[in-house]
Design a protein around this ligand. Sequence first.
Ligand SMILES: Nc1ncnc2c1ncn2[C@@H]1O[C@H](COP(=O)(O)OP(=O)(O)OP(=O)(O)O)[C@@H](O)[C@H]1O
Length: 245
Amino acid sequence: MRVTLRDVSVRRGARLVLDRASFEIGPGEFLGVIGPNGAGKTTLLRAALGLLPMQGHSSLAALPPASRARAAAWLPQTREAAWPISVEALVRLGRIPHRRRQAQEPAIEDALHRMGLTALRHRPITALSGGEQARALIARALAQDTPALLVDEPIAGLDPAYQIATMTLLRELARNGRTVIASLHDLGLVVRFCTRLLLMDQGRIVADGPPARVLTPDLLAQVFGIRGAFFDTADGPVFQPLALI
Ligand SMILES: Nc1ncnc2c1ncn2[C@@H]1O[C@H](COP(=O)(O)OP(=O)(O)OP(=O)(O)O)[C@@H](O)[C@H]1O
């Protein structure tokens, strides 16, 4: 599904925290939204979904709520569990937009399996570690089985194996025709997995393109205040942040 944003702006009080953001993304793309703390990444994703008052146009936000819930799944950054429901019940919530339409169980089993939660399915989510809770919330988004997936820091708090597994899964979903947008901080992993990067700074999109064209020495210095290096490895290009400037 194509997701289009045109001149989307968000104000918080007197501050413009998102300034005329525009981009278009289609099936097959895995877009990594990167930028320093406070750059506006979460704001961009939430505005795209219509979860914030905004100006401008977002194709997802323009959909009626029921259609939007079948078009896009959302993994929020905050991972607190409000109620001690079971992992399986949480994942089942992802199926609400599809109720009455399809068999529910295969999507729930698949999501539990993909996130390594089958053995934890009856555990209350309040009795899981932070990383396990994050995996349960990713599984809920997967169970929603939508053509677009917007995920806010999906690998924060995950161990290295689940970080790689989750990035691999998101890349596979994109390769199978989904549209995936993820805010991410790990520049090494975005270079390995994302097909395209959107670099944000102070509420603006300052670069949009393939990883090697976005993580240039000039932009790394200007936006992050760091320098880093690219290496070619048997597993593909690798980027390592090296030092503050
Ligand atoms: N509820 C709010 N009220 C006022 N300002 C807010 C609110 N939420 C976010 N902001 C401000 O909006 C700006 C963008 O925040 P946002 O959460 O989009 O950044 P981010 O790039 O996702 O940051 P991080 O990497 O730290 O998660 C920040 O300056 C933040 O302080």
